[in-house]
Design a protein around this ligand. Structure first.
Ligand code: SF4
Length: 66
């Protein structure tokens, strides 16, 4: 499993993460809601794109032992 970490001080609700990983993120007006956390490993490529494209660098991911 992969744990998603959001720095809510940085997040501005841009929604790029939702575009890349709609199963995990739901952008709100100025923040983001996590729909799933921790996240199944098969979504890692989506999560990595969300981390990369977040304009405020608010996201990070951590691999967790199952
Ligand atoms: S892309 Fe970044 S700033 Fe935008 S909603 Fe997602 S975490 Fe927040």
């Amino acid at each position: 499993m992969i744990r998603v970490i959001v720095d809510f001080d940085l997040c501005q609700g841009h929604g790029m993460c939702e575009l890349e990983a709609p199963d995990v993120f739901a952008a709100q007006r100025d923040t983001v809601e996590l729909l799933d956390n921790p996240v199944d490993d098969f979504l890692r490529p989506d999560l990595e794109r969300a981390v990369r494209f977040c304009p405020t660098q608010a996201l990070s991911i951590v691999q967790e032992d199952d």
